[in-house]
Ligand binder design. Sequence first.
Ligand code: GDG
Length: 499
Amino acid sequence: MKSRFNAPIIVVSNRLPFILVRNEDGSLERKQCAGGLVTAVCPSVIECNGKWIGWPGIQLKSEDEVIPESNPDDKSPTAGLLSDQVEPVQVEPKIFDKFYNGCCNGTFWPLFHSMPDRATFSNETYEAYKQVNDIFAEKILKALRKCLAQLDDEGRTDAAPLIWIHDYQLMLAATTVRRVAEDEGLRCKMSFFMHIPFPSWDIMRIFPWDDEILEGILGCDLVGFHIDDYCLNFLDCCQRRLGCRVDRNRFLCELDGRTIHVKSLPIGIPYSQFAEMSRNAPKVLKEKDQQIILGVDRLDYTKGLVNRVKAFERLLEKHPEHIEKCILLQVAVPSRTDVKEYQALKEEMDQLIGRINGRFSKPNWSPIRYIYGCISQEQLSAFYRDSAVAMVTPLRDGMNLVAKEFVACQNLSDPGVLILSPFAGAGGMMQEALIVNPYEIEEFADKLHRGLQMPFDERLLRMKHLQRREQAMDVTCWLNTFLSAVGILPCDNYNLSSS
Ligand code: GDG
């Protein structure tokens, strides 16, 4: 099949699109962990004969240990990704711990979510961050040289591979790659996509080495964020900290004579896949006429789980008519369990839920059903479909895909109600949801009451609008827009000059 792309794409993310596990006989095997991003991006990497660089989730025996091909029965989107398209990154465990748990999750995650009090700053973990970014940069250069050799063999001497770096774990890699690529005359385009918010200058300046981070990201030609607000925060930081000339109307930034394009590219979900899954998933077992209020999140303090559970408690206090008539079904996926903040949150949730269940339970009913673990996507789509209300109420969130997946799974014969925080990237766009400030517990409880009682016509009208938008702006649309903007996918409608 002829590729739609005019050059290969080298995707770089903290993790590979699958993890490796070692079997008892010592052999390696791929295990799938495909989310929406992998589902959308992997087929393109396969099509353009590109590469994926990332940590495989395991320590290899040596740098040269061969990555296995996918199992013959593998139906996942990564199945066609050949082993020579995968570049596993290896980091000494102690350094990786300081990089990942220390700097990424202990510093950047809270800081970029505008929660500086939760952030810790240390020279040692930032050194590890720089070291790991350098290791990634070396791998990128290795992959780039391979891609260029292949293109030259094919006589495609004009084609410049696209390096596409993802997220806050890798904000420094681009500058190193650019420097070496320029020295060695390696042709490439470089782009970055940030999956979490970008904070305001007031917050960013707290980080002692903020200039290095900004310059690191500016090593790219195109920098994407979910929404305009994050783009504007980034431009503001570049201007105030680095003295860059910026154009806030055209989202441009100049550094060392180069123009960097900054663009808001709201990510979507594999909409039709979720819609299809929810049509076929078995019914969720519940009492007749009982309404489910759903929450689905990684157990992370940014997701606002504690506020949400408190709002639910307040609902039962204010409106006892809902007792025995509804339940809160909260799925909390274990996350970053090595980090102290996350262990404390787990404790807090366990106690809070225990207290509320103790307070309101009846012989045949408990108000909160709490799943601390991961469920299958099929089960998840059934939960989405059969819930009366979904609460997507983070305190701060880059975008939030759960809100979108809930919408995709609704059956219009009995649509559910989405309650959404304005502090999620999704909150700015999905205006037909019931928008609630998760810090205002009283108002939150009122919105829950309203959601549970909303008449069919209103639910239908809101959901139709929400579905139409999410279907049109799905993850494939996001991918194509990004790749067109950077010029790797020919499309007259999307190019940098029109941003
Ligand atoms: C970052 C940004 C941005 C959850 N529980 C289960 C499960 N999930 C899946 C959901 C959804 C995903 O996890 C969570 O996505 P979010 O967007 O909510 O959040 P982050 O993980 O924080 O992602 C975020 C995103 O990047 C993309 O750019 O939206 O703002 O923080 O897809 O379905 N999946 C399964 N079982 C579960 O129990 N199978």
